[in-house]
Design a protein around this ligand. Sequence first.
Ligand code: AMP
Length: 375
Amino acid sequence: MKKFKDLGLSDEILSILKAQRISEPTPIQQESISLIMDGKDVIAEAQTGTGKTLAFLLPMFEKMSPHVDAIQGLIVTPTRELAIQITEEAIKLKEAKDLNILAAYGGKDIGGQLKKLKGNIHLIIATPGRLLDHLKRGTINLSKLKILVLDEADQMLLMGFKNEVETIIKETSKNRQTLCFSATISSDVKKLAYRYTNDPKIVVIQKEEVTLKNIEQYLIETTDRRKQDDLCRILDETNPFMAIIFCRTKRRVDDLDMALHRRGYNCEKLHSDILQSKRERIMKSFRNCDIQYLIATDVAARGLDITGVTHIYNYDIPENSEAYIHRIGRTGRAGGKGYAYLFVDPKDKKTLELIENEIKLKITRKIPIEVREES
Ligand code: AMP
C-alpha cells in the first residue's frame, strides 16, 4: 500500500495531513494523486466519503503558486453545500501554501465576491450558475487556468447544468489539466468527460469497500398512513447520536419537520427552498451536534460530509440503488459503524426489489418494539 510520502507530495502538505491525523491515503487518493501530480487528465469514479476531495485538492495545491497573479485552479460542484465543504477543506491547506481562495455560489452576497475578485484569487470553488454569472460580468478570467475539476459530474448533469458546465469549460485555457470526479460514470458523464479531457486515465474504486461494509441495514414494512408513527417508534428505539432522515420531496420534508417538532424531536430541515444563510446556520448547528435530526431531500444532502452521523432513516424509499447508496453512505464513514433504516410501503415493492438486486443484499426485516409487543 502506498503512503502519502510516496505520492510526490511536499513536506508542507505532509505535515498538514499529519496535524489533521490523516495518516494513510484512501484508495482513491492512492490511485489518483500521483497521476494528477504527473499532469495527467483523470476521470475518477468515486463517491463522497472516499476521500475524493483531498484526492484532487492536495495535488492542486502542489501545482498552484501564490506568486502567480491568476486564477490557476477551478472546482465546479453542483450544490452550495458541496462548495462550502470543499472550501472548508481547502482553507485547512492554506497553512502549507497561502493561496487565495474564493467560494462562489448562489445565495451568497455577490458584492463581497466581486470585491474579493478585484484582489488576487488563485483558486475558485463554485456552483455552475454563479460562476457563469461572474463570467458574463467579466469578473472572472479563466484564460490562465491550470487545473479544472468537475466534481460530482453525474449530479451536475442530473440537475440540468450540462450547458452551463460546457460554457464554463470553453472559457478555460486549452492547456489546462482536467479532472472529472463522479459517483457513477454514466454514459452522459462519459460523453462530457471524454469531450473535455485529453488522453484521460480512468480510476475506479470498488464501491463496496467504501460504502456498505460498516453499515447495518434494516427494513421496516409499513404503510403511508402508519409511517410517521413507525418512524417515531424506531427513532425512540434507536435514539441516534446524530441522524439524517430522507424524504422524497421538499413538501414531505416540510410536513415531517412540522410533525416531528410537534412531537418534541430536536430536528431541523434542509432543502433548496430554504434561504442559503439559514441552510448554513442549520448545517453548522448539525455539525456541532446541537441538532439530533436533519430532515432532508436528496439534493440538499448530497455529498454532505458530516462526521458523527450514526443513523440514516429513509422515510421515503430512494429512487434507485445509486440514490440508496448515496444516502446511507452519509454514515459508517472513516471506519465508524453506521445504521440505515428503510421504510417501505406496499407500493414501493418494485423499487425495493430493484435496490436489493443491485446491492446484492436482502435487507433485514425489522419490526418496531412497540408494534411487536402490541401484536
Ligand atoms: P470526501 O470523500 O472527500 O467527502 O471525504 C470524506 C471525509 O474523509 C472528509 O472528512 C475527509 O477529511 C476525510 N478524509 C479524507 N482523506 C482521508 C484519509 N486519507 N484518512 C482519513 N480521513 C480522510
